[in-house]
Design a protein around this ligand. Structure first.
Ligand code: BDR
Ligand code: CA
Length: 315
């Protein structure tokens, strides 16, 4: 079993990522979930992580992360995920408590207590992970790799050239990219190919359980949002984005993805802030610091995800 820590800002696709991780208990030993501020405030991401994970019957420590990015003011995405972060869907009040340990302490102690190297899955702004690496560099040799959803080689979804998680805290991205720890980047290049069609989402609904119904309503909430975007993709009203799911799917089924080791830098200021410059032709001649994913076997990706909803539904 792969020992992992998940840092997340649930968030609709974050909840789907948690579904995949907790459905696959044979593959993952989730030792800690920490919440970052991103899609919504820290109060809300922490509450949502606890209510969602309580609902699906997970038993895991959930630690509260930092309130604000390293330098910038927090920008949330309530226009995409709804005011609560979960669109129109409600979950019962959480039974899982807030950990007494703040996220950075909980991450440090979890990593140092582990006999094996640990993997970090991060599906929001990298603030907590960067703070951990800055404050406690002794953890670096004990981290196997960081699987992050964020960035883009081409384009953006928050600004013309920046993806949301990178845009919210570019300085944190810089710290992680320069840490020397292997990083796998599931940026928009691959996540836009990891979409689910409305018909496929209906097959989730057809599972017929309360959880499947909630999952369906969560993921279809995005559709209305896409319609309000002037520069939408061609098939915008037919596809649902599952960005964060890629960060866990890569660890579960790496053979479904294709990527390349590249040198990547992040822009820190101005209109380009949060743009990840992926040197895929290696013009810079610099050593690769990130494994950048660019393609996915979409059909298998969807099958594996639907299977996860079934597993959670049967619990
Ligand atoms: C990322 O931004 C967030 O809104 C999603 O949860 C995902 O992590 C996609 O750009
Ligand atoms: Ca997220």
């Amino acid at each position: 079993k792969l020992p992992i820590i998940i840092d997340t800002d649930p968030g609709i696709d974050d909840a789907m990522m948690l579904t995949l991780a907790f459905a696959n208990e044979q593959a993952f030993d989730v030792r800690l979930v920490s919440t970052c501020s991103g899609n919504i405030s820290q109060d809300k991401t922490n509450y949502n992580a606890r209510s969602f994970l309580s609902y699906i019957g997970a038993n895991v420590e959930i630690a509260r992360g930092l309130e604000q990015p390293i330098f910038r003011e927090l920008q949330v995405a309530e226009d995409i995920h709804g005011e609560s972060g979960f669109g129109n869907v409600q979950f019962p009040a959480p039974t899982l408590p807030v950990s007494k340990r703040p996220a950075v302490t909980a991450m440090l102690e979890t990593i140092m207590a582990s006999d094996e190297k640990m993997t970090i899955v991060a599906t929001g702004p990298l603030t907590n992970v960067a703070a951990l690496l800055l404050a406690h560099p002794e953890v670096k040799p004990k981290i196997e790799r960081i699987s992050w959803m964020g960035g883009a080689a081409v384009g953006g979804n928050m600004s013309p050239s920046a993806e949301f998680n990178a845009y919210v805290d570019p300085h944190a991205v810089e710290i992680v990219f320069r840490s020397g720890i292997p990083v796998v980047m599931s940026g928009l290049d691959v996540t836009h190919k990891a979409f689910v069609t409305i018909d496929e989402a209906k097959s989730i609904l057809a599972i017929g359980t309360e959880f499947a119904e909630k999952a369906y309503h969560l993921v279809t909430y995005y559709l209305e949002v896409m319609k309000r975007t002037p520069f939408h993709e061609e098939n915008y009203d037919q596809v649902l984005h599952f960005h964060d799911v890629c960060a866990v799917m890569y660890l579960l089924r790496p053979e479904l993805f294709e990527g390349q080791d590249c040198y990547v830098e992040v822009a820190l200021e101005g209109l380009a802030a949060g743009a990840t410059i992926v040197d895929y032709t290696n013009r810079s001649g610099k050593t690769a610091n990130v494994h950048v994913l660019h393609s996915v076997n979409r059909e298998e990706f969807v099958k594996e995800f639907v299977k996860a909803v079934k597993i959670i539904s049967e619990r």
